[in-house]
Write a protein that binds this ligand. Sequence first.
Ligand code: SOE
Length: 381
Amino acid sequence: MSKKELNVGIVGYGFMGRTHSNAYLQAPRFFDLKYRPVLKAVCARSADRVRAFADNWGYQSIETDWRVLVARKDIDLIDIASPNDTHAEIAIAAAKAGKMVLCEKPLGRTAVEASAMVEAVEKASVPNMVWYNYRRVPAVMLLKKLLDENRFGRIFHYRSQFLQDWTISQDLPQGGEGLWRLDSTVAGSGVTGDLLAHNIDMALWLNGPIVEVTAMTETFIKERKHNLTGNVEPVKIDDASAFLCRFENGSMALFEATRYARGHKALFTLEINGERASASWDLHDLHRLSYFDHRDEGQLRGWKNIHITDGDHPYMKNWWVPGLQIGYEHTFIHQVADFISALDTGNAPAPTFRDGLATEHVTDAVLKSAKTKQWERVGVA
Ligand code: SOE
């Protein structure tokens, strides 16, 4: 039976434009989906570069104004893969036009922006999802299953880090293509919104709501040349951010993200300690889950290092043969597959915009606490 078409219009052709485009192409080849994404149009300001991107990935047409893209009758889904300051305006217009909306993380630059986006998609009743891709690492999905099976008992601790080192050089400019993450007007915040947002999204999903936080942030390099103005300007993003928090389930937690951990490129880690079991995972070894179960027979009790590549592990039966690994790009492919499957079942394809808003309430509270030097309550999405 021929598959129904899902016509995609994407805004942005950077790093995320590539991960998403690859996911639309691969998902129907590896998963049995009722819809086949069709790369209908890609939109960005530079006509030459957007044309080259379209040719490389097989987009049928290009646009240079997102408003024109959103108004097109032949587009079902708008995917926002452009910098953070564009998310809200495009998402709200797309929802009003009745399109499905997928948005890169973080959803908005603040919870206020993200709230308006949630209101728009919920009012229009359009399917929506935020690209928090790391939920769909098979090992992380397995951890979620183990937690849902209540193997851990009461949870006492959660700790999570995201360590990078790519902004240590004083000479690195801020602003413009590739470096807008250092420009607070465009990005909203630094590592809090860019990196900690991943840790927080995953933690809320695995361990439930966060109630209150106390945080500290630091901007190590105070001035950088701005690529767009050519002037040396103050740096207003947080280069590093750390916080303590309390979850609604009574567990306590420690989070840290930085772009100044020399030697670490994308070390996203997490550990969870419960009454009966503990688990840990990290992105540099993403196909392994470490698991300790206190109910194992005493003399054989210990940490298991599970290679998540078997057919009965989440998503893996759709890939190669047991023992062979998959990687980063597959997390986006899984997200597309789950989004499309949810269209049939009518279930909300998590993380929805409302889930994305929950993360923004935490990042807002972190940034506020770093300023007030007080514990701050987290808003409810
Ligand atoms: C920043 O370097 C970045 O690319 C983030 O923006 C992504 O969300 C993260 O997955 C990898 O690091």
